[in-house]
Ligand binder design. Structure first.
Ligand SMILES: Nc1ncnc2c1ncn2[C@@H]1O[C@H](COP(=O)(O)OP(=O)(O)OP(=O)(O)O)[C@@H](O)[C@H]1O
Ligand SMILES: O=P(O)(O)OC[C@H]1O[C@H](OP(=O)(O)OP(=O)(O)O)[C@H](O)[C@@H]1O
Length: 220
């Protein structure tokens, strides 16, 4: 049988998902010592490719991979056309509106908001009936209100350390973020048994890891 192809978001998601894949019985030895390699087939049932988050859906939509593992931030930003089959308990964080202490959320002047996520930002401000100017930047978003590029930012917060260390404050909490497993619809029809079996074992591993984090012990 041909291996199931999985596009895994490299970076944080990859690091958080490897223990889950391993707990599901998938050999990740190559991923653990990957160097500059991008394709991993240590487990003959799967071919795992490492891609940037926004590219996961490009591979998935084209049918070149059957499964994607990606943050809900990326799916929400791009407009998810796939079924999100499984919510994983990793990659948990939240979108917030943040700025400096002197920011006035009621200011009369049209606000300038910097973000890596213009669509999510646009939808948020539309939902509260406010028209803002959005500037898309690629990273170190916290700099924007400090350097005078924007009045505020919409960005992801996990521990809050980045905001704290840059003297920024949260003015509104937006939607939560977590890692999701998404499946190409056609692939699900064509390879239902192996895909469902992968989902079931990942779901079990995810529950066990969550339980372990909550109780400090494994439940089997
Ligand atoms: N601070 C964070 N804590 C937890 N999860 C995060 C955090 N920042 C991002 N994420 C999640 O991890 C995914 C990958 O983030 P990562 O920072 O590795 O890549 P990125 O945002 O594309 O940055 P880069 O351009 O540096 O690769 C994001 O899509 C999001 O779902
Ligand atoms: O609340 P914290 O735990 O501090 O995490 C939040 C930070 O993590 C992400 O940035 P990332 O590390 O991906 O860097 P980037 O600026 O290149 O996007 C996010 O954009 C915040 O800057």
């Amino acid at each position: 049988m041909k291996p199931i192809k999985i596009a895994l978001t490299k970076g944080r998601t990859e690091q958080q998902v490897i223990p889950l894949l391993e707990a599901s019985g998938i050999d990740c030895s190559g991923l653990r010592s990957k160097g500059r390699r991008l394709i991993f087939d240590d487990d003959p049932r799967y071919e795992i490719i490492l891609v940037k988050g926004p590219d996961v859906l490009t591979y998935l939509n084209s049918g070149s991979v059957q499964i994607g593992i990606v943050g809900s931030d990326v799916l929400d930003e791009q407009g998810n056309r796939q079924y999100a089959m499984l919510n994983l308990s990793v990659g948990k964080c939240r979108f917030v509106l943040a700025s400096t202490e002197d920011f006035d959320p009621q200011q009369q002047r049209r606000k300038i908001i910097a973000t890596k996520y213009p669509n999510i930002t646009k939808r948020y401000f539309q939902s509260i009936g406010e028209d803002v100017e959005i500037i898309k930047i690629e990273g170190s978003v916290e700099l924007a209100p400090l350097i005078g590029l924007a009045d505020a930012i919409v960005d992801i917060v996990e521990t809050g350390n980045t905001l704290k260390e840059n003297n920024l404050h949260v003015y509104a909490k937006l939607q939560p973020v977590n890692t999701k497993l998404v499946v190409n619809r056609l692939a699900l029809r064509q390879s239902q048994v192996p895909i469902k079996s992968l989902i079931t074992s990942l779901q079990t591993a995810d529950r066990q890891i969550k339980q372990f984090e909550m109780n400090g012990e494994w439940t089997r």
